[in-house]
Design a binder for this molecule. Structure first.
Ligand SMILES: *[C@@H]1O[C@H](CO)[C@@H](O)[C@H](O)[C@H]1NC(C)=O
Ligand SMILES: *[C@@H]1O[C@H](CO)[C@@H](O)[C@H](O)[C@H]1NC(C)=O
Ligand SMILES: *[C@@H]1O[C@H](CO)[C@@H](O)[C@H](O)[C@H]1NC(C)=O
Ligand SMILES: *[C@@H]1O[C@H](CO)[C@@H](O)[C@H](O)[C@H]1NC(C)=O
Ligand SMILES: *[C@@H]1O[C@H](CO)[C@@H](O)[C@H](O)[C@H]1NC(C)=O
Ligand SMILES: *[C@@H]1O[C@H](CO)[C@@H](O)[C@H](O)[C@H]1NC(C)=O
Length: 484
């Protein structure tokens, strides 16, 4: 080993030592503070109080579907989840989050109940933490019990061909054997009949891009499976493919409810118009960051709205951001996509606050669904075929996307409660569950074809999103309150 290397290693060790001393100092310092808090004041409990009591007075809050406390666990059993907990943003717009704690056996035994009353309050806090559960933090477990998947592969006539992997010849079906299991609690299985009762006489509308269409088709197929007479559900205008038009609506006749999809990949208005340059006619595309996408369907007063936007913001022309983004009469010669996305989400949030009656409509937002392209992007040879297992090690997961950070910040300033379906991480494990080459039947496949590593085979991963949505609605619907 050269002297140079020796000395640099020495430097590193020296730095490590300093870091260690500093960290220990911090640790001791925090311990002193915590001790003081629990013995001399109610500060710790007041943190919990803030979480649960400031929500009604606060003008802006984020409601996360992920946090459940076991207040009506009697419906299922002790370890099953229940009512959602509201999360209040701090003044700076960040969200106060109670860290999820797995249900452990007697982890609060360390606390001596016979000690001071402040200790008792600390104990309460610990218990509350124990009972809250982030349903989006968990793992995929192999589970061959019934009903898994919720509808048999190839059985649903309402799937786009591109999501229907089974019909396109995907016969390795292990990807259908996984069930989402949160770390801290159990979630109820999707019960189509109960879900339809919740939806009776109501309108549920998915607004967003093709990932939301993925989720919408999954919902329709999951509900359809529970019908005795499957002819009582139909697309209102009789269509069988759901890609071309901007609006579709499935009616469940016996329940007088509709499950709809509105295409709006950016949520804000997309312009497309022809431009003639000499003899070449091209199509020019622009985004109006200050206008919500106009649709023919008046959806603001639906009972349930599920929004999303994400993947389209990663496209090349957006990342360049040259002469693409427009506000009023101004076309930005150049705008960072992060800024454009923020502006668009703010436009959306203002529209929701202005047009959605929060007494009637429950608003959801589906987070960024992970993609898994190996060796390139979707349009440059990226692929994911041959994957047969989910990712097992968290270190191979991607960082939390910047879009979702911006989203969390924007949403925390809204008046309308928005339930955030934080699906990024749970989808990131599932490199095995994309259509890949099975987006097309064998006869149409070509070597080097574009693979689909962003959407999901159905049945598949989006069924679990709907299961989580169902769990949330079950806990919050009038029906379940009656049971309670
Ligand atoms: C409680 O949950 C477990 C696991 O989900 C399930 O097997 C069991 O049947 C449930 N018990 C009751 C009484 O519902
Ligand atoms: C929980 O504790 C009880 C009694 O203390 C014990 O019988 C049981 O096996 C424990 N369960 C787990 C999952 O550790
Ligand atoms: C709990 O605290 C009381 C009084 O402070 C003490 O007498 C008792 O031994 C403690 N019990 C345990 C299990 O530590
Ligand atoms: C069906 O639901 C709509 C609301 O979505 C309601 O206006 C209508 O009265 C209902 N029809 C019947 C027959 O219940
Ligand atoms: C919503 O309900 C609250 C309290 O019940 C009421 O004050 C408010 O006017 C309602 N808002 C709308 C838009 O109906
Ligand atoms: C959403 O999940 C990610 C982990 O994937 C986490 O970092 C983030 O804080 C979560 N957001 C909320 C609001 O729970």
């Amino acid at each position: 080993m050269s002297p140079l290397k020796k000395s640099s290693i020495f430097h590193i060790l020296q730095r490590r030592k300093n870091q260690l001393i500093f960290t220990s100092f911090l640790l001791i310092f925090s311990l002193i503070i915590i001790q003081n808090l629990s013995f001399t004041s109610n500060s710790l409990t007041s943190i919990t109080e803030t979480i649960s009591t400031t929500v009604p007075t606060s003008t802006s809050h984020l409601l996360s579907a992920s946090y459940f406390t076991s207040s009506f666990s009697s419906i299922y059993n002790t370890s099953t989840i229940i009512a959602a907990q509201k999360i209040t943003p701090k003044e700076n717009g960040l969200n106060l989050v109670i860290p999820p704690t797995p249900i452990e056996n007697g982890s609060n035994k360390k606390i001596n109940h016979s000690q001071k009353t402040t200790r008792k309050k600390v104990h309460k806090f610990v218990k509350k933490k124990r009972n809250s559960c982030d349903i989006f933090e968990g793992k995929w477990v192999l589970d061959d019990s019934d009903p898994n998947p919720i509808y048999p592969p190839g059985s649903c006539p309402f799937l786009d061909d591109t999501f229907n992997c089974f019909n396109n010849g995907r016969f390795d079906l292990d990807y259908l054997r996984y069930r989402w299991q949160p770390h801290g609690c159990n979630i109820p299985r999707f019960d189509g009949k109960k879900m339809l009762e919740i939806l009776r006489g109501k309108r549920m509308v998915f607004v967003g891009d093709s990932l939301n269409r993925n989720m919408w088709e999954s919902m329709v197929c999951s509900l359809r499976m529970s019908l005795d007479d499957k002819n009582t559900v139909f697309e209102v205008s009789g269509r069988k493919q759901f890609r071309a038009e901007g609006f579709y609506s499935f009616k469940f006749q016996d329940y007088n409810c509709t499950i709809e999809f509105i295409r709006s990949p950016f949520l804000v208005q997309e312009w497309k118009f022809p431009v003639v340059k000499g003899v070449v006619e091209t199509r020019r595309e622009m985004l109006r960051l200050d206008l919500i996408q106009a649709t023919t369907s008046n959806y603001h007063n639906a009972d349930f709205l599920i929004f999303n936007t994400g993947h389209w913001w990663t496209h090349q022309k957006l990342r360049k951001g040259k002469n693409f983004f427009q506000e009023g009469n101004i076309v930005h010669p150049e705008l960072k996509v992060t800024e454009a996305y923020t502006k668009a989400l703010k436009t959306w949030s203002k529209w929701v606050d202005k047009n959605v009656n929060k007494n009637k409509t429950q608003v959801f937002f589906a987070g960024y669904s992970a993609s898994h392209f190996r060796g390139g992007q979707w349009n440059s040879g990226g692929n994911c075929d041959g994957e047969t297992e989910p990712i097992k090690d968290d270190k191979f997961l991607a960082p939390y996307p910047w879009m979702m950070r911006i989203f969390e910040s924007v949403i925390s300033k809204m008046n309308t409660p928005v339930v955030y379906l934080n699906i990024t991480k749970m989808t990131d494990y599932r490199k095995d569950a994309h259509p890949s080459i099975y987006r097309q039947p064998r006869a149409e496949r070509r070597p080097g074809m574009i693979q689909d590593c962003s959407h999901w085979c159905l049945p598949g991963v989006p069924d679990s999103w709907n299961q989580l949505l169902y769990a949330y609605l079950l806990m919050n619907s009038k029906n379940s309150k009656k049971i309670h």
